[in-house]
Structure formats: C-alpha cells, structure tokens
Ligand binder design. Structure first.
Ligand SMILES: Nc1ncnc2c1ncn2[C@@H]1O[C@H](COP(=O)(O)OP(=O)(O)O)[C@@H](O)[C@H]1O
Ligand SMILES: [Mg+2]
Ligand SMILES: [Zn+2]
Length: 257
C-alpha cells in the first residue's frame, strides 16, 4: 500500500469535480485509478488503459458479423487525420507524369481481394501526390470492406513505445494484420536498431502471410538499404513484393493553401 502515498492535496480536480480520491494503482499498466464525485452528483471510478483496451477488443468481436459496422470501424481505425479525409475526397488531377501510377493504383484498388499480395513502392519528389494516391487506394478498399492503415516510421515508433510493454503491441498487431498497410514517406528518418527491428517484424510477418504494403518515398530503394538495413533483410522483402511506380510532377503543395 505504500505506493498509494499520493496525498490528497496532490490530486488535481477537473473543473466539474467535487472530489477525486485515489483507489489503487493498476498493477498491469501502472496508471492510478480514482474515485470521482462530480458537481452533478455522479460518482464513478476512472479507468486505466487496460480497461479501454479490453472494451475495444470486445467491440471488435461484437462487430465481426456486421458489414456496415465493420466498414465504419475500419474507417475510424485507418490512421486518417481530418486533413487526410479532406484530401482524399478531392479530385485527383492527372498529368503525363502521374497517369500511369494513377491508373495502375486505381485498378489495383478496385480489383483488390483477399488474395492480393502485390504491393507498391511509390517514388517521387515531395508534393507530387504519392501520399494522396496511396490514400485514394485506401478509400476504395475501405468502402469495399477491407481494413487498411496508414502510418509513417516516426509515428509508428512513437505509438509502439507509448503502449504497455506487457501486452503485445496493438499497433504492431494492426500493422501486421490489416489487409493493406501503407508506410508513408519511408526514408526521411534515421532509424535506430529498435526501429529497424520493429520494421522487420512488420515487413516479415506481412511477407510470410502474403499481405501487401504500399510504401511512399522520395528516396530511391538503394538509399533505403543504406539507411535501414545492414543485413539486406528488409530490402529483399520490399523488392520481392512491390511494384515500383514513379511519379514525376510539380510540387502540388506550393500551388495550394
Ligand atoms: N494530382 C493531384 N491532384 C490534386 N491534388 C494533388 C495532386 N497531387 C498532390 N495533390 C495535393 O498536394 C498536396 C501534396 O500531396 P502529397 O500526396 O502529400 O504529396 P507527396 O506525398 O508526394 O509528398 C496534398 O494536399 C495533395 O492533396
Ligand atoms: Mg507524402
Ligand atoms: Zn491498467
């Protein structure tokens, strides 16, 4: 009990609370659980991350048989920000330099099935629409009932590190299990050994299960080897499972507010 020696003066009340008393510390995630009395008279115990997580898993189980709920669930968990949602609904302007990538990827998305194992390596300068095209593919998949997730290495590592070490990382699991994974902007960062190990866990698991990945990058694949992959393990998996697509266009960011 000596871990519970936070004095009541130290506990901060939210604006709508009358009291907040420490009940216990969760032995799994380490978060404190409080008994809260609100100004409107409601009383309850706060929840730690473990409880939220269990609820999420239960929700997923309940939804497994309902297609429209699955689509909604997949949309909410696909990693789109508000900006992404606006972006992905805008019309894609085709040009000589992007039409091949556009046609290839849209046909790919429309023909996507449980047997699709081919991914892509979309290469080109900043602002040419690499991420936008990947998100367009995701949008089509989502409306056809597939699960998909977009992330980048920096975000991914931040997410993995923020999770409770005792559980298998939910982020890692999601990256391994979704029907299509998009790893955006690979090559912009300098990965640590931890990063490379996590990357390998994801790329290898998807390779073994024949699940596709779309990469976007302004680095040539050869530069990725230099950066990521002392052993060539990741490189060979990427090369073996993706089709290379190059986009040549102006930087669309400078023309846009
Ligand atoms: N062909 C296009 N048609 C319409 N908007 C585009 C096109 N290409 C890029 N954009 C817009 O320009 C911005 C940058 O595109 P983005 O996909 O993020 O570039 P990249 O990932 O290649 O750096 C985004 O807001 C995107 O919606
Ligand atoms: Mg991008
Ligand atoms: Zn907990």
């Amino acid at each position: 009990m000596n871990q519970l020696n936070q004095s009541s003066e130290m506990i901060k009340l939210n604006f709508n609370e009358v009291s907040r008393k420490l009940v216990r510390q969760c032995s799994t995630c380490g978060e404190y659980i409080y008994h809260v009395t609100r100004t409107d008279g409601k009383e309850f115990n706060t929840e730690c991350r473990c409880i939220e997580r269990v609820r999420d898993i239960e929700e997923m189980e309940r939804m497994k048989n309902d297609k429209t709920t699955i689509i909604e669930y997949n949309k909410q968990h696909c990693g789109f920000t508000k900006r992404d949602i606006e972006d992905v609904n805008a019309t894609f302007r085709t040009s000589k330099g992007n039409i091949k990538a556009y046609n290839t990827l849209i046909s790919y998305a429309n023909a996507f099935s449980d047997d699709t194992s081919l991914g892509f390596y979309i290469y080109g300068n900043v602002g040419v629409g690499k991420s936008l095209l990947a998100k367009k593919v995701m949008k089509i998949l989502l409306s056809n009932g597939y699960s998909t997730y977009i992330t980048n290495i920096i975000q991914l590592m931040k997410d993995i590190k923020s999770e409770v070490p005792k559980f298998k990382s939910d982020t890692l699991r999601k990256c391994q299990e979704v029907d299509l994974l998009v790893i955006d902007d690979i090559g912009t960062e300098k990965p640590t050994d931890f990063d490379m190990e996590q990357m390998f866990l994801i790329i290898n698991s998807r390779y073994e299960n024949k699940k596709p990945i779309i990469f976007t990058s302004n680095c040539k694949l050869d530069d990725i080897v230099q950066k990521y992959d002392m052993f060539g393990r990741i490189y060979s998996r990427i090369v073996g499972t993706t089709q290379f697509l190059e986009i040549v266009d102006n930087d669309n960011r400078v023309h846009k507010q």
